[in-house]
Ligand binder design. Structure first.
Ligand code: AHM
Ligand code: MG
Length: 352
């Protein structure tokens, strides 16, 4: 080694861990008891366990289907079941959850009577991509129960609008494992160092660009969409005249590029980092869209808003929707503010 290298300083070498980041937030919050911090640490533990199995799935006989069908009518993969059991187990043992609900369970589980929190999750999103080694993920939202000391946990604790979320995140098991999280103070990305099993802050304060140049949608559904959605899809592919944008940024005159993985976590993560738009609209087959409000759309919407982006169901802000059912589906459009605004204009008829 050349002796001209400067000596390494620990502060520059050891980054901020997820644990430290969460703890820092707790110290800043008045009256914090440490339960929220402990809950997030439990979620992080479950994620590291799921990650280790996802990484070795082909070796551990974890690929393929269980032969069962879940409440959504979808075939259950072995990794779906495993991920669900890990999260359930870790969350129940945390003692902080009054209600736990998962894409893989028919009903919400009413857990610890004194648990202050509600955790809603999709344990393994993009499961149709598992067997082909394409990016998959975990998505979750945390809400605070109403009056946990006075009332028993109930489904009503979970059926709250997304604007009441106190923390949300997703994990993308991609080339590296990335954990994107927000506790309402910005949106931050952490990368897992697999050699020591610790998440380190790698993308502090993520900001979605105001406008992007990619659209992400399953265009195989084109013939099933309403005419206004078809018009939007024609618009993103059209060459448009250059004109000034409202914020004075670079005008776009080329068609948008298409990027669609088919795993919400992967498509949303790319959109969060690079800008543009992700859309899963309603269609004649999926009349209310395909994605689930409580554990897919709401946590993503929370993260995108924290990063300066937007999320709507076509016309309405996702976070303002009042859920009526645990597994409710919703059209989901999220991404750069300007791109989401253009989509909305097509839906409302301001653009044709
Ligand atoms: P899953 O949670 O059962 O995996 O299903 C949700 C997935 C999303 O990850 C993705 O955005 C969408 O469904 C893909 O649907 P399609 O195959 O219709 O494009
Ligand atoms: Mg999913």
């Amino acid at each position: 080694m050349p002796d001209s290298l400067p000596p390494l300083r620990a502060a520059a070498v050891v980054g901020t861990t997820l644990r430290e980041h969460v703890l820092h937030g707790m110290h800043a919050a008045k009256g914090a008891t440490g339960e929220f911090t402990s809950l997030l640490n439990h979620i992080s533990l479950a994620i590291r366990i799921i990650n280790s199995r996802v990484r070795a799935a082909g070796l551990a006989d974890l690929l393929g289907y269980t032969g069962e069908t879940n409440v959504q009518g979808e075939s259950v993969q072995k990794l779906d079941t495993f991920s669900n059991e890990v999260l359930m187990n870790v969350l129940e043992r945390s003692g902080h959850c009054g209600v736990i609900a998962s894409e893989e369970l028919d009903e919400a589980q009413l857990a610890d009577h004194h648990g202050k929190y509600v955790v809603l999750f999709d344990p393994l999103d993009g499961s149709s991509n598992i067997d082909t080694n394409v990016g998959i993920g975990t998505i979750f939202a945390v809400l605070r129960r109403n009056e946990p000391k006075l009332s028993r946990p109930s489904l009503a604790d979970a059926l709250r609008p997304g604007r009441e979320i106190v923390a949300a995140g997703y994990v993308l098991y991609g080339p590296s494992t990335i954990f994107v999280m927000s506790t309402g103070q910005g949106c931050h990305g952490f990368t897992l160092d697999p050699s020591i099993g610790e998440f380190f802050l790698s993308q502090p304060d993520i900001q979605v660009p105001t406008r992007g140049n990619c659209y992400s949608v399953n265009e195989g559904n084109f013939s099933r969409w309403a005419p206004e959605i078809q018009n939007w899809a024609r618009w993103v592919k059209a060459v448009r005249p250059v004109g000034p944008t409202p914020d004075g940024s670079t005008p776009f005159n080329t068609p948008y590029g298409a990027r669609y993985v088919g795993s919400l976590v992967a498509d949303a993560h790319r959109t969060l980092v690079k800008g543009g738009i992700f859309a899963y609209p309603a269609d004649s087959k999926s009349k209310n869209g395909k994605l689930r409000l409580l554990y897919e759309a709401n946590p993503m919407a929370f993260l995108f808003e924290q990063a300066g982006g937007a999320a709507i169901n076509g016309t309405e802000r996702i976070l303002d929707m009042m859920p009526t059912e645990l597994h409710q589906r919703v059209p989901l459009i999220l991404g750069s503010k300007d791109d989401v605004a253009v989509y909305r204009q097509f839906v409302t008829g301001e653009r044709t």
